[in-house]
Ligand binder design. Structure first.
Ligand code: BGC
Length: 491
């Protein structure tokens, strides 16, 4: 056998081995049936009791969807990631469409069907790192100053302006403008907030920072980002019943019929529905899907800051996928299947791979004839090319293997999302169901949204009731939704 031939059969062997070892990342449709049944049970449990459940199914007290009657100026504030954002909008009732401005009319044609939204101004500010781990008072003073400054810049006048507050952390609500933080997630860990009413803390900061020349900022509603996304989606499409976020973190909400919310027996008046914030990232925290986890999921969980928490989210969201890729690669390196068994230093640092590189890698096609150009570029960004290991560039089989596992991890995430969506859809009576989505992974990845759609269609084939799904992008839905809910409260 010539040395070239030997080399190529060795590479082929590595590809086959990598394929075999990472097959555990592929979840069959039969297994998804089981996962769906388990998730449905957890949904039921959450609707019965928040205390006795893992998937909390929080009441949001948002019951009405926009109907075109919203009118006037409203503020929205969004806290949920690394930035705080503000928005000032003006709603025009549907019957006053003829008097809307030209830009308004354009917007009506493209987007909202009911009434219209005119965006007056928006602002964004990065939250300083020290605030993430400071006191609650520092956090709320910071955002109060930010919104007051925004009100100044817009020369808001008058007595009062209503504000919708999008707050994307697990919180128990007892009303539309009251939310007790259960736990911080993502990078936040401010002291003195868990167990407190976030609206009260924010209002106290607004009072402290109040200025006589700006109107009273009235926090009329607090909502999760998924709820805002659903509400904004409902303005774009009347069949919208599900809100979905797939970005750094992930979660979903849906419109549930009052009679099915056992833990909320008190209210059956119109509209007989409420948006439920599922907090489905916590599905699996009671070990029910442990059988579906790979060795890399388990390692990631054991070494995470929130051990045995947010198991479903760890399979899905952009914060964790690159870490799974890193761990998977380390295994293949240890077995001598990738990089000739030599570990580049960059892979030793947890969470060192950025999510966007996974999107770049996925720009290449599986049957790529061009030798995976985007994967190669992404790898030059991840690794220091001065490393002698890469002096001849990347080896073809390594590139192919990395592309394959990257795709398996991302596709599995999209499949778990589709599975959660069809499980939610089964609880909704409508046949036509639109799903409003937002978040960096689903919006920026080249195929993610299509993969979710493809899997939904596969699931439909075997389901008794043939639902029709439509995925609608609700850009900045959390912020628009917060303004809309403020307007609904004032309707
Ligand atoms: C939070 C949810 C939120 C999701 C998306 C999760 O970590 O618990 O409340 O909706 O992130 O931002």
């Amino acid at each position: 056998m010539s040395s070239d031939h030997k080399e190529s059969s060795y590479k082929q062997k590595n590809i086959e081995l990598a394929d075999l070892l990472t097959k555990q990342l592929i979840v069959s449709n039969e297994d998804f049936e089981k996962v769906s049944a388990l998730l449905s049970k957890e949904f039921d449990r959450g609707l019965r009791s928040t205390e006795d459940s893992f998937v909390k199914m929080y009441l949001t007290y948002v019951r009405s969807l926009p109907n075109g009657e919203e009118n006037g100026r409203f503020l929205a504030l969004d806290l949920g990631g690394t930035n705080v954002r503000a928005l000032l909008v003006e709603f025009h009732r549907s019957q006053s469409e003829s008097s809307a401005t030209e830009s308004n009319q354009k917007q009506q044609q493209q987007e909202p069907q009911k009434g219209s939204i005119e965006i007056i101004d928006s602002s964004i500010e990065t939250i300083p790192t020290e605030i993430f781990h400071g006191t609650g008072e520092q956090l709320f003073d910071f955002i109060a100053e930010f919104i007051i400054e925004f009100a100044f810049r817009n020369k808001l006048t008058g007595e009062r302006i209503a504000l919708g507050f999008s707050f994307s952390f697990p919180s128990i609500q007892k009303g539309i403008a009251e939310a007790t933080l259960v736990t911080w997630t993502k990078t936040f860990n401010c002291s003195g907030v868990v167990g407190c009413d976030v609206v009260r803390l924010f209002k106290a900061s607004l009072e402290r920072k109040a200025h006589p020349s700006i109107p009273f900022i009235d926090v009329v509603a607090i909502l999760n980002d998924t709820t805002g996304t659903l509400i904004y989606g409902a303005l774009l499409d009347e069949n919208c019943r599900i809100g979905l976020i797939v970005g750094t973190a992930s979660n979903a909400c849906y419109v549930e019929h009052s009679s099915r919310i056992e833990k909320w027996p008190s209210n059956y008046n119109d509209p007989e529905q409420m948006i439920i914030n599922c907090e489905c990232g916590a599905f699996g925290d009671n070990y029910v899907i442990d059988w579906a986890l790979t060795c890399w999921d388990r390692q990631l969980n054991y070494e995470s800051l929130n051990l045995n928490k947010q198991i479903h989210e760890k399979l899905i969201s952009g914060m964790y996928l690159p870490e799974l890729l890193r761990r998977c690669l380390l295994t293949l390196i240890e077995l001598g299947i990738v990089f000739n068994g030599k570990t580049p230093i960059e892979l030793l640092q947890p969470y060192s791979i950025r999510t966007r590189y996974m999107s770049h890698i996925d720009q290449d096609d599986e049957n790529d004839k061009n030798n995976f150009p985007n994967t190669r570029i992404a790898l030059t960004n991840i690794f220091n090319m001065k490393n002698p290991l890469f002096k001849n560039g990347f080896n073809d089989s390594d590139v192919k293997i990395i592309h394959m596992i990257n795709r398996r991890i991302t596709k599995r995430s999209a499949n778990f999302v589709a599975n959660a969506l069809r499980t939610l859809a089964n609880r909704i009576d409508n046949i036509d169901i639109s799903i409003a989505y937002d978040g960096s992974l689903i919006c920026l990845h080249p195929h993610y949204r299509c993969w979710v759609e493809e899997k939904l269609n596969e699931f439909i084939k075997t389901s008794e009731i043939k639902k029709r799904f439509r995925l609608i992008r609700a850009n900045d839905g959390s912020l628009y939704g917060a303004a809309i809910v403020a307007a609904i409260c004032d309707r």
